[in-house]
Design a binder for this molecule. Sequence first.
Ligand SMILES: [Zn+2]
Length: 218
Amino acid sequence: MSLNKLKSDIIEIGKLLHQKNFVASNDGNLSIRYNDKILITPTCTSKGFLTFDDIVEIDLEGNILKGIKEPTSEMLMHLTIYNFRNDINAICHAHPIYSTAYAITGKSLSKKVLPEVIISLHEIPLVKYSTPGTKELSKKLIPYVKKYDALLLENHGALTLGKDLWEAYYKMETVEHFAKILFVAKQLGKVKELNSKEVKKLIAQREKFGVRKDIGKN
Ligand SMILES: [Zn+2]
């Protein structure tokens, strides 16, 4: 995998985030870990129109190695996650409408209702609010990022982790799709949750789908 191929993944997925209304204006950020480097999106730039030169190369401490622009103001959140998850090489952060609506009303997406969500993410907990880009937010993230691959950030947005950027992006699609389904279902009536026996059967299938067995567990 070349650096240029990884940069083109960032550009392509940035376009998708923008087209799907997962971000507006300069919202959101993406990163990929590659050996001892991180490729990360710049601050104050739309994710829908990134160029190769926009993408910043930093080291694992956040020092700029190469780049015309400054890295995203939420860089610390990315560095914290890479520090605690050796199995993760990409991060996607966005403000999709339904997921963010849950996050600003202080609700998690923890209902055990959809098999695909239970298998791939277990649940999507809500991380309590701290100012974006701060050490306080990174501190609050730590217990969650050890256990989960998708999170809601209170009064902010959503965050997904993957072995590569496509995986992280697809998890963002899953989170938003789930939030939308749950929202619509609640207009129709009571949401039917799966019982613990059914949830266990789904968890047993994780290996078959290449999902970490202990996701969501202490
Ligand atoms: Zn944000």
